[in-house]
Every structure is written in C-alpha cells, then in structure tokens.
Design a protein around this ligand. Structure first.
Ligand code: WQD
Length: 341
C-alpha cells in the first residue's frame, strides 16, 4: 500500500511542484490549502502532469478546529510536509500579527495533531533568511542564525525553534527543516508555476512579467554592493530540484535514516549569482528584450548569500541538477503560457 503524505500549502508554488514529485515517486498525496494565495485549479494541472488526482481539502490550518477535522478525516497519513504559510517579506512588516498568527499557529496545530494521531514524520519549509547576512560564505548548517530582518523571517526562526523543542520533548517524532535559498522557475510542462498576486516582489517573476510587457521595466536594487559587478548575490535553485529535496527528506524519515530527530539542511545550488548575471542570462537564453534600470538598494536586502550544500548532498543523497539557463527558460515558458503569448 502506498504511503499517504499530507502536503499543506500543496496548491502553492513550491507545494504543487512537490506534490508532482511525490506522486512520481509513488506516494499518495492529500493536499490541504486555504487557497489564500493559490487556486484550486492547480489540482487539475497536477493531474494533467502525473495522471493522478491528489485529494484536496480546503482547510485553514491556523484554525484548530479545521486542523483537528482534517486529521480526524485522513487516517493513513504517514508524514506531513508543511508549506502553508504567508511569505511576503514586505507585507509581514505591515501586518506582523497576521504573519505570526498564521505561520506559527498552523505549525503548532499540526504538531499537536501529529502527536495525537501518532504521525511521526514532518518536513518543514524554512528559509536561508534565518542566516541574515552571514559573516562567512558560503553558509553551512553550522553558520549561526542571526536576528531576523522581518516578521516573516522571524516566523521561520520561531518555527524552527518550536520543532527543535517539540522533538526534544517527543523523541518519537522526527522533523526536518529545509532552508531554501531562492526558488525560481516552473515545471518543465509549463502546467504549474509561480502565480504572484499583484506586483511581484521577487526577482524572476518581475523579470518574466517585464519581458511579457506587463511591467515597463525592471528595477535593479543597487549596484554599489561589495560584489564583482556591484549587484547583490543569491543562490537561485530550480523549484523542481527543490521539490525533490522534500521527497528524499520524507524517504529519510520514513526509513529512519535520520541522525537526530530534528535536522536541518541547506537547499541551494552552491553557486552565487548576481542580479546582473541573472538578468543577462535571461536575455541571452530567451532572446527577449528586457528593459532595466539601476535604482537605490531595497531596504532589508542583504548583500550576498549562497549555500554550502555539501552536508545536504551527502546526507540526503540529493543535489541540484538543473542549470540556470534551463530554469530561466522554464520560468519564461510558464509566463508565456499564462499570458497566452
Ligand atoms: C533577489 C535579488 C533583490 C526584485 C526573498 C525572501 C526569502 C525567500 C525568497 C520566500 C535581491 C533583487 C528583486 C526586483 C531586484 N523566501 N531584486 N529587482 O529578497 O533574496 O529573498 O524571497 O518566500 O526569505 O527574503 O529574493 O527575489 O526578492 O530578490 O533587483 O524587482 O533580486 O534586491 O538582490 P530575496 P528576491
């Protein structure tokens, strides 16, 4: 019998790609999502890609009764992958209570339901934002965390601490936090991808929307950083590569291959790329015109970060495989598809 995985936030950007990879690996998936930042039609697109329709529940996990009802209904859950969260850095500064309420209460409700129903495996979406601007690069899992720059970042740090303490008190429960670097791109089929609401905050959706003519020009935030070309450096990881990291993490937990009952891994490529390098690569591989201008630095941005992925590579037996070129092409193919270009 196939193992059932609960994927919260499974109609969202990273969640939907992870559902596809889980189904391809033979797992049965139940999606729980409140659709606050995604669409139910994503379930149909997942089915179009894999031929399998995941079960879907419209559920708000920050509300205890709804979380209870979900866990009472599905009795075969072996593991939870918890993506469901608010994720806009700027919005979190404006609406801190909503961010703390949603991101933290949903984790608490899920962990308490897991304990109650004897579900012992959890993979959690964390972020490289917990490192702030590191003193030394690349960052390893031993790099100290820094004070969060935003309420959003703080919810990730707090959730990590909650899992650490919960695992200490409940030694039968195992949690893995995956610290994502910058996820980009879309599924190669262009049937699922990122669907930003309104003006995108993140670089690649802004690039593809500008290339599609929806935005006049891209603003590059600062060219006076201490980097080779002066623009900020990040570690951009393909969303399907990132999704596969969840599948191997689930496998590690189910097979009891974890070293501790709370573990955390860097999920990146190990390569730092500047904003300018990314923009130039996009123009080169797509051949599309991309108007841009240099503007002031964006408040709260760090100068540079990229991952040391050797621990994740070794322990999870996982590595990023896709090139930046093919990933940017996938993002462009997706943008053209949703705009019918
Ligand atoms: C990347 C680079 C910008 C937009 C954030 C969160 C992080 C994570 C991913 C989320 C930066 C520059 C951007 C634009 C630009 N988590 N940029 N013009 O800020 O590294 O990470 O998203 O869920 O926790 O903090 O990602 O894509 O916004 O920016 O020049 O229009 O592109 O300054 O250097 P960031 P990003």
């Amino acid at each position: 019998m196939s193992k059932q995985i609960l994927v919260t936030g499974g109609t969202g950007y990273i969640g939907s790609h992870t559902v596809v990879e889980l189904q391809k690996s033979g797992f049965e998936v139940v999606i729980a999502d409140n659709l606050s930042n995604s669409k139910a039609e994503v379930v149909d697109s997942i089915k179009e890609i894999t031929g399998i329709e995941p079960q879907f529940e419209k559920t708000d996990l920050s509300i205890k009764d709804q979380s209870d009802a979900l866990f009472n209904k599905y009795k075969k859950i072996e593991a939870v992958i918890h993506f469901a969260a608010y994720k806009a850095v700027g919005e979190s500064v404006e609406r801190p209570l909503e961010y703390y309420n949603n991101n933290i209460n949903s984790l608490i409700n899920i962990l308490s339901n897991m304990r109650e129903h004897n579900i012992t495996n959890m993979v959690f979406s964390s972020s490289c934002t917990v490192y702030g601007q590191p003193d030394k690069l690349p960052v390893t899992e031993k790099t100290p965390r820094k004070e969060a720059e935003s309420p959003y970042g703080n919810t990730k740090a707090i959730c990590e601490d909650i899992m650490r303490d919960f695992c200490k008190a409940n030694t039968n429960i195992k949690c893995i936090a995956l610290r994502y670097f910058n996820p980009i791109g879309a599924h190669e089929s262009a049937l699922i991808g990122e669907l930003p609401v309104g003006v995108p905050n993140n670089l690649v959706p802004f690039i593809t929307q500008t290339a599609a003519g929806i935005r006049k020009e891209l603003s590059i935030f600062g060219d006076d950083y201490n980097t080779p070309d002066g623009t900020a450096i990040r570690d951009y990881i393909n969303v399907t590569d990132l999704s596969r990291a969840h599948v191997v993490s689930i496998d590690r937990l189910i097979k009891n291959r974890n070293k501790n009952n709370y573990e955390y891994f860097n999920v990146g490529t190990g390569n730092g790329l500047s904003v300018m390098e990314l923009v130039k690569t996009f123009i080169k591989v797509t051949g599309v015109k991309l108007p841009y201008k240099i503007v002031e630095r964006r408040e709260g941005d760090i100068e540079k970060i990229w991952a040391d992925t050797s621990y994740a590579n070794k322990e999870l037996g996982w590595e990023a495989t896709k090139t930046t070129e093919e990933t940017l092409l996938s993002a462009w193919k997706w943008e053209k598809k949703i705009r019918s270009l």
